[in-house]
Design a binder for this molecule. Structure first.
Ligand code: HEM
Length: 477
């Protein structure tokens, strides 16, 4: 529990700070507050990497706890990884605040080295900071994967191969398939190690170039690795948080969420396709081997659809006629599943080549990933926090608090997201400090939405503190 709360509180604190930065960015795109372009790109770099890292830290805390419930994990390893995260976050902040680094988090080589308005040390600090975050991430993934492989006796059993291909004999022997949350942990840790290795590889190459500019890197090689890392890292935050659904929804509905053959096979799809779906970021790179463009499109569908459909369908079956009470915890999980489906569908649309021709690098891109991350991953983390607190105190929030939080986070969130979608569909480019029309108009509408989100988040914070201060009478989740 100590590790889980350390990670979740740290992740949510970074989220809160990055939320304020995000509101500032959107208000500046609306022309409501003056932020000069250099500062805008520095803050956007910080916001992007900070938010993804925040969700990863909180999600890993949740996942680590769920694995630790079934297989004992050494807390010291988790604290060492936490130290890497902390060092990385501080170094990245120094690079942005004091060095004004502004080439964003999935930058394209040689961008951070050419024509920069910031000193060279800021680029180095950024690369080293992100590398430290990757080391922390890979350490946790290695710890989780190692424990799962040891306890299950190998990768085949950890992935439920013997269960799927010999179910009768498997069940006759009294064995049980891996629980859904352990499947999520296995997939996250394997894909996390692959994504982290790509990130470190390109990161080390760039650090070598930073130290000695004679070291030249192939830009297409760098782009492939940067997006393999960036896409995988951001995408996996969802699969970490999804593990919470499998444990918390049964608590809310008083029903069990079992592993089934479709669920196990769906996770196999996610395992393979998450690491190759990133090709959809390179559709515009005409020098790329054409076959991988098709792989990008097909794997984008296959990576997400099975697990989303099986998990959300299973979740809805659990809720249907269960008499589940609407508490903040159950509300967040339910709304998170909606956000996951909406954001996932918008992502798949963008990954479809004929649509990508129009939507590439427009605000449609932040539209879909903010839906998926803000109204999906973040809500699953909040859902987990509130189900844990409600269980512990055997208490729930009153209807007024639920309405304020709901209108703020879901209502304000809808306003914020719709503005991104509409502007994106109108062709407004992403990552522009000063947007062409109708960008500023929609940025204004979005800013109103972000202020409502802030109200909802603050109300949830106050309510969370109230529940956490209540006497513990119930069992831990
Ligand atoms: C209300 C909350 C938020 C606000 C107001 C906000 C605002 C923004 C804005 C204005 C942009 C720039 C869009 C553009 O013109 O390209 C942006 C980009 C981004 N945001 Fe957010 N955001 C919020 C929440 C989140 C969350 C929860 C995450 C992730 C967990 C996130 C991750 C990112 C990323 C990765 C980028 C892209 C950065 C880049 O282009 O390099 N944001 N956000």
């Amino acid at each position: 529990m100590k590790i889980m709360w350390t990670y979740i509180v740290a992740g949510l604190t970074i989220f809160g700070l990055m939320l304020l930065v995000g509101i500032g960015l959107r208000a500046s795109q609306a022309g409501w507050i003056p932020i000069d372009t250099g500062t805008f790109y520095s803050l956007l770099s910080l916001h992007g990497v900070g938010m993804i890292t925040a969700m990863a830290i909180a999600g890993l805390g949740l996942l680590w706890y769920l694995v630790d419930r079934e297989i004992h994990l050494d807390e010291r390893v988790a604290m060492l990884a936490f130290a890497f995260f902390a060092i990385g976050v501080v170094v990245v902040i120094v690079s942005v605040v004091f060095g004004h680094y502004g080439a964003l988090w999935t930058m394209l080589y040689p961008l951070p080295f050419v024509g920069t308005t910031w000193p060279s040390w800021a680029t180095g600090a950024w690369l080293l900071g992100v590398a430290a975050v990757m080391l922390g991430f890979m350490l946790i993934c290695a710890q989780i994967l190692g424990a799962i492989l040891r306890s299950s006796g190998g990768l085949g059993s950890a992935l439920g191969l013997d269960y799927v291909f010999g179910r009768k004999a498997f069940e006759a022997a009294g064995k049980h398939p891996p629980s859904p949350q352990m499947l999520a942990a296995t997939v996250v840790s394997i894909d996390g190690l692959i994504g982290g290795a790509s990130g470190l590889l390109v990161g080390i190459a760039m650090i070598a170039h930073w130290l000695d500019p004679h070291v030249v890197i192939d830009p297409l090689w760098a782009k492939n690795l940067t997006y393999q890392f960036g896409h995988t890292f951001a995408n996996l935050t969802m699969y970490m948080a999804v593990a919470g659904i499998y444990v918390a929804l049964p608590i809310c509905t008083k029903r069990a969420y079992h592993s089934s053959i479709p669920l196990v096979v769906a996770w196999w799809g996610t395992l393979v396709f998450v690491i190759i779906a990133y090709f959809h970021h390179l559709y515009m790179d005409f020098v790329q081997w054409p076959a991988v463009q098709y792989i990008g499109e097909i794997s984008s569908y296959l990576a997400a659809v099975p697990v989303v459909v099986v998990t959300v369908f299973g979740g809805l079956m659990l809720i249907h006629r269960s008499g589940m009470k609407w508490t903040l915890g159950s509300m967040f999980f339910f709304a998170g599943m909606v956000g996951w489906i909406v954001g996932g569908s918008a992502a798949i649309l963008d990954a479809t080549i004929p649509f990508n021709v129009d939507l590439h690098n427009t605000l449609w891109v932040p539209a879909h990933f903010h839906t998926y991350l803000l109204e999906g991953v973040f809500l699953f983390i909040l859902g987990w926090v509130f189900v844990s607190l409600e269980q512990r105190a055997e208490a729930a929030s009153n209807a007024l608090v639920r309405w304020i939080v709901g209108l703020g986070i879901f209502g304000g969130g809808a306003l914020f997201l719709i503005s991104f979608y509409v502007a994106g569909a109108a062709g407004v480019p992403r990552r522009y400090a000063v947007e062409p029309a109708p960008g500023p108009f929609w940025a204004g509408i979005a800013t109103v939405g972000t202020l409502l989100i802030l109200v909802g988040v603050l109300a949830a914070l106050v309510e969370g503190i109230r529940l956490a201060r209540m006497r513990a009478v119930g069992a831990a989740v």
